[in-house]
Design a protein around this ligand. Structure first.
Ligand SMILES: [Fe+2]
Length: 443
């Protein structure tokens, strides 16, 4: 597939229109799967009613594309405050005078008509907001991110199943336990990815000592050993903050798990099934990931270690867009885009492995890293501070790689997600790393 930057203006318009429509079809699927009462209901105090996400997506599209890029008159200035994520905490959103579903859908359609009209005429000048169609790409990614949030809301929803998808592929390759990543410099972040967001920029060199990283995300089978060994009851494995949270929240297993005879079952989008040992564990918080890693005699990888394992090509020394190369993800490479409703077993995506043989870095589960969310050296907020800069600091930990619920438009080797260390309603798992021993690193 040609990269965005190589497209002529007409081809770029066609690509953007296709991405907008593909994304809207996903939004429609997620919001038409349940009835109006369900759309208006709050399924968890940490999530919005689905109908809030729906109109918020349209409002952001109006603000950035219709008003800012297009310089057109507002469609509904009166609702801006209702759908401002900074002004309205999630717990308060169900009490707001939200647009009912039919009105929200009509609003989205009106905004989208104006965006298509704008897209037909907008000159893709050097103005940063429109160069390579950036603002359109940002809006596509924003809607896809809310689609993943809505998918997480569906997972929290009580009631009969509403979403369906085929099972992920079966294992097709044996995967090693660990992979050695040799010492040396690599390029982290990007200058060149046209739709990369501000926090992925700029590209900069990072020198790392040799380390060893798990060749696949930690599986349910391994995680069950941690539980069976009393991992949740032993403060030795937990940080002080982690133990306090584990105690207060009463954590005993990943979210959505329950005992099932001698084993475990999990609930996935309204259906219970036995826990499958070779699937990556999902719905664990950062504290649980950290405790597991300590129990296993390892640690979480830093963000730089994750990215080097995912992007560094030892043959050329350059960083790729994805573990397999620069080409866009396909169904052969990774479990992305809600094609399936849960992670694929380890070994299901040999074509998506990195040159060093690290598997399933992209898709399946977001992977917690040990790193707090910070700006790279030379960071510049764009197009607004609230996109990422206001979240920098020690409160959030970075997650990498995307999940089965992440769209390919919102996932690449440089993409950074972040959340609080207690969060586990997201599709979060992890892999472990450790320092290389002298006999391994060849030094
Ligand atoms: Fe948003």
């Amino acid at each position: 597939m040609t990269t965005i930057h190589e497209l002529g203006a007409e081809q770029l318009r066609t690509r953007i229109a296709a991405e907008l429509e593909r994304t809207r079809a996903r939004t429609a699927g997620l919001t038409e799967a349940v009835d109006d009462a369900d759309l208006m209901r709050q399924h968890s105090p940490i999530m919005s009613p689905l109908v809030w996400d729906l109109a918020h997506v349209g409002n952001q599209e109006e603000l950035w594309l219709v008003r800012d890029v297009g310089g057109r008159e507002p469609v509904r200035r009166d609702i801006d405050d209702l759908y401002d994520a900074f002004k309205q905490p999630r717990r308060d959103r169900p009490a707001l005078p939200l647009l009912p579903p039919a009105e929200a859908r009509a609003y989205l359609a009106t905004v989208r008509d104006k965006v298509h009209d704008l897209l037909d005429r907008v000159p893709f000048t050097d103005r940063p907001l429109v160069a390579d169609g950036f603002a359109f790409g940002m809006i596509v990614q924003h809607e896809q991110q809310h689609d993943e949030t809505m998918l997480a809301t569906h997972q929290l929803r009580v009631g009969p199943p509403a979403l369906y998808a085929p099972d992920p592929p079966q294992p097709r390759a044996r995967v090693a336990d660990e992979v050695l990543v040799p010492a040396g410099e690599f390029t982290m972040g990007t200058f060149t990815d046209p739709w990369a967001l501000d926090n992925e920029r700029p590209a900069h060199p990072v020198d790392l000592p040799a380390y060893v990283i798990d060749a696949a995300p930690v599986t349910n089978g391994r995680y069950r050993e941690f539980i069976a060994d009393g991992g949740y009851d032993d403060p030795r494995w937990w940080s002080e903050a982690g133990w306090a949270h584990r105690t207060e929240a009463g954590l005993t297993a990943p979210m959505h798990w329950r005992r099932d005879g001698d084993g475990w079952a999990y609930q996935r989008f309204g259906r219970w099934s036995p826990v499958r040992d070779d699937e990556p564990v999902v719905h664990v918080c950062w504290y649980e990931a950290q405790a597991y890693a300590a129990w296993a005699g390892k640690r979480l990888p830093t963000e730089a270690e994750w990215e080097k394992a995912a992007r560094w090509d030892p043959a050329t020394g350059r960083s790729r867009r994805y573990p397999w190369g620069d080409g866009e993800p396909t169904a052969e490479h990774a479990n992305l885009g809600q094609r399936h409703l849960w992670p694929a077993p380890v070994g299901a995506y040999p074509a998506g492995a990195s040159p060093l043989g690290v598997h399933q870095l992209i898709g399946d589960v977001w992977e917690w890293t040990s790193s707090p969310f910070r700006g790279y050296p030379g960071f510049a907020a764009f197009p607004y501070r609230e996109y990422s800069e206001v979240f920098f600091g020690d409160d959030h930990r970075v997650l990498r790689g995307g999940s089965f619920g992440t769209d390919r438009a919102a996932c690449r080797g440089t993409f950074r997600n972040w959340d609080y260390p207690i969060r586990r309603q997201i599709f979060s798992g992890f892999r472990c790393a450790r320092d290389a021993r002298p006999d391994e690193s060849g030094r």
